[in-house]
Design a protein around this ligand. Structure first.
Ligand SMILES: Nc1ncnc2c1ncn2[C@@H]1O[C@H](COP(=O)(O)OP(=O)(O)OP(=O)(O)O)[C@@H](O)[C@H]1O
Length: 308
């Protein structure tokens, strides 16, 4: 991550008004934040907390009631900056009767790309989002995961420096989510700046360098994910295959220092990691998986086992 500021908002405020122009909803209140080049920045918050409104304000799709936002040091009202931005809306409105290739050529033409340039870019993007074998199928036949992937490819057609993704993993299963997260990390490797919104905490924790937590339009927390999640007053030591004798010595040392409330146990993996490992193993070795030995047979659990 560089120190170059790509996005800056100052006192950014949005009040939606009703038909008569009367204030209806205060969607965003005095937001101050900066996003730097090359980082994955997450806007985190429950439904209705102002994430989409923030993204729309950055794109210049809605106008601030107060305050301002700068992107590449330009006011968001400057439409020329949009050529350097890619945007994946919460719901992509793509033409259902076009196939993936036609869709991307259509958006490439909007950016006035030459046909040779388009061909190269479209092939590259389709390959990148893993839709090569489905590129001639109409989008109406696509699963949710495939639709999200073609949406992402569309957002990248202009090779943008800044990518705004509104809930990029919404509606995806853990496999689809893991693939999109991998793609987003690859984009960061290429030097892109990514702002994404979401409310799935584990995914945001996994992928974001920094996050802003919004609640009812107000910024409640801002910082590096690792800093925000570190529990400062607890120490954790990890060691592989520690012999019981060493464990006993460690206990004695800790006790000598008068520290109480000591927990020594084995780490657990996340349910996501377990799920992904099982599915990948199952793809490699189809068939029923042997479950853990301590799982009792169903008959035993229900007491229906026949005594012979
Ligand atoms: N066009 C609009 N007119 C009036 N109110 C709106 C409009 N768009 C959003 N709001 C309101 O502004 C608030 C913030 O909405 P926003 O869509 O920014 O939240 P969000 O965090 O993206 O939510 P979600 O997770 O459900 O997508 C909500 O109370 C919403 O009802």
């Amino acid at each position: 991550m560089s120190s170059e500021v790509i996005i800056e908002t100052r006192n950014l405020t949005k009040v939606y008004r009703d038909f008569w122009g009367r204030p209806k909803v205060q969607a965003l209140k005095a937001l101050d934040l900066q996003v730097h080049r090359g980082e994955i920045f997450g806007l985190l918050g429950p439904n209705g907390s102002g994430k989409t409104t923030t993204i729309k304000l950055l794109l210049g799709l809605v106008f601030p009631t107060q305050g301002d936002a700068l992107i590449f040091n330009e006011p968001t009202s400057n439409v020329a900056k949009n050529e350097r931005i890619g945007y994946l809306p919460e719901e992509s409105y793509l033409y259902k009767f076009l196939n993936a290739e036609e869709t991307l050529h259509f958006y490439g033409r909007l950016f006035k790309m030459s046909s040779a340039e388009r061909r190269k870019r479209v092939d590259h993007l389709i390959d990148m989002v893993g839709l090569t074998s489905a590129k001639h199928r109409q989008l109406r036949e696509y699963s949710k995961g495939m639709q999200r992937r073609i949406g992402l490819a569309q957002a990248l057609i202009n090779n943008p420096e800044l990518i705004l993704l509104d809930e990029p993993t919404s509606g995806l299963d853990p496999i689809g989510t893991a693939e999109i997260k991998e793609l987003i990390r690859d984009l960061r490797e290429q030097g892109k700046t990514i702002v994404l919104s979401g409310h799935l905490l584990a995914d945001m924790q996994d992928i974001c360098d920094r996050i802003a937590i919004l609640h009812r339009g107000e910024l409640k927390e801002l910082g590096k994910v690792t800093d925000l999640l570190t529990v400062q007053d607890v120490t954790q030591i990890k060691a592989k295959n520690l012999p019981p004798s060493a464990l006993e010595e460690i206990r004695e040392v800790i006790a000598r220092h008068g520290v109480e409330n000591v927990t020594i146990d084995h780490p657990t993996t996340t349910l996501e990691e377990l799920f992904l490992r099982i599915v990948r193993e199952s793809e490699l070795h189809p068939g029923r998986r042997k479950v853990a030995a301590d799982v009792r047979p169903f008959e035993e659990l229900t007491g229906s086992a026949q005594k012979s």
